[in-house]
Design a protein around this ligand. Structure first.
Ligand code: AMP
Length: 415
């Protein structure tokens, strides 16, 4: 199979490693890729958000499958443009990707499908914002209605901060606060059949102990030793299948990766958000444990044959990834700093570039991820932190508590 991978972050580096490990993949091309991906794929400098350019590249390289990593190309219609050329694309149509592209649309679908989620109001005026904040009380949850690369959400006890975020965004969704540990469940689907991957947990806040501002994600681990038994079955039954059915009913079936972000509340799992693509950095840990060939699985979803795909196989043990972020991330990441210690197995490139003289430099907020597996979480975690300690990047920061509580059995959820 000839596969074209669209994107150039840590998620795409993890996808690239999974794809090239699949014996059915003869050639992997990535657009635009990054220096890590360039180690395993041929990289092409094409703008990932340009549907016509990506579709033309898919034709030029005679791709049998196009895998679209990030949300922006999906919302821009890249999957539609590729499919219009008769080429299989893993990723939803622009219409279905609105599940991520608009929080209001997602809430509307959830309401119609009877999916358990936080109560919410969409507001555009200060008066509406004030009423919604009064209704739910603190902690306040204020979400930018449009795409914000995972950074458009403010959760705060400070009413002024909540009001200012609402004013800056213009159109926001204000919702009830959901208390409980979070779970990211990735579901591969062809629109009808749906296959869950291992649940994972990511760490959204910049600082240890879940302090500091929200980020795109500072680390992740899988599996979740504390997850209630039956959680995945319950989410498939109460969330995934009703949502897929509602989107089919609307004439916009969702095929690709449905990311279900959940809070495990005392009343049961509640949806925090949907995304239309693999999560970053959870992909790094989930794919590290997937034994089933990745390209075959994504091809089955892209061609409507997922129901005939064999059950997934998983490696025993656990995986942990720790993000190394640039100085100033998330507010104002500094880029252009030289990096050493990154060219090692398990180091995933997220925001890097390489100079012509070979020097690796930071090129984004989240720069690298140290990713490791082990027989259990504690061993995987030590190995991931060994990788992180070997990386030198001036001013960088990382969390020191990724997977710590889970490894020590400190997360307890009623079964
Ligand atoms: P989102 O972009 O919707 O995933 O939100 C980013 C992060 O904000 C989530 O991973 C949660 O940590 C937090 N969050 C979002 N919505 C809620 C909510 N209703 N209650 C509590 N935390 C939330």
């Amino acid at each position: 199979m000839r596969v074209l991978l669209v994107g150039g972050g840590g998620r795409e580096h993890a996808l690239a490693l999974g794809l090239v490990a699949d014996a059915s993949v003869e050639t992997l091309i990535a657009a635009p890729g990054n220096p890590g991906i360039a180690g395993v794929a041929e990289v092409r400098d094409v703008r990932p958000n340009d549907p016509a350019a990506v579709a033309a590249l898919a034709v030029e390289v005679a791709a049998d499958l196009v895998v679209i990593g990030p949300e922006a190309p999906l919302v821009a219609g890249v999957a539609d443009a590729v499919r219009a050329k008769g080429i299989a694309a893993f990723g939803p149509s622009a219409e279905a990707a609105r599940l991520e592209g608009s929080k209001t649309f997602a809430k509307d679908v959830m309401t119609a499908a009877g999916v358990p989620t936080a109560r919410a109001f969409t507001c555009t005026e200060p008066a509406g914002v004030g009423k919604a904040l009064d209704e739910f009380g603190a902690p306040y949850v204020v979400k930018n209605d449009g795409l914000a690369a995972g950074k458009g959400v403010v959760v705060t006890d400070d009413r002024g901060v909540a009001e200012r975020h609402a004013a800056e965004c213009g159109r926001v969704v204000i919702e009830e606060y959901l208390a409980g540990p979070e779970v990211s469940l990735f579901v591969v689907t062809d629109g009808e059949a749906a296959v869950p991957l291992l649940p994972a947990q990511d760490f959204k806040r910049a600082g240890d102990g879940d302090t500091g501002p929200n980020t795109g994600g500072m680390g992740a681990y899988a599996p979740l030793p504390w997850a209630p038994s039956g959680l995945v079955d319950e989410v498939m039954r109460d969330v995934v299948h009703p949502t897929l059915a509602e989107l089919r009913r609307r004439g916009t079936p969702f095929a690709g990766l449905l990311y279900v972000g959940l809070a495990i509340t005392p009343a049961g799992p509640r949806v925090i958000e949907f995304n239309a693509r693999f999560g970053d950095p959870e992909t790094q840990v989930v794919l590290a444990l997937l034994e089933t060939p990745l390209a075959g699985l994504l091809h089955a979803a892209a061609t409507g044959t997922l129901a005939e795909h064999p059950p997934l196989r998983w490696r025993a043990g656990a995986a942990v990834t720790v993000v190394v972020a640039a100085a100033g991330y998330p507010a104002a990441p500094r880029t252009g700093d030289p990096i050493t210690g990154a060219d090692r197995p398990g180091v995933i490139h997220a925001g890097t570039r390489r100079d012509v003289d070979g020097t690796l430099r930071s090129a984004g907020g989240r720069v690298l991820c140290g990713t490791a597996t082990g027989p259990d979480l504690a061993v995987a975690r030590d190995a991931a932190y060994d990788l992180v300690r070997g990386i030198e990047l001036a001013g960088s920061h990382h969390r020191t508590d990724i997977a710590a509580a889970a490894a020590q059995g400190l997360i307890v959820v009623p079964d």
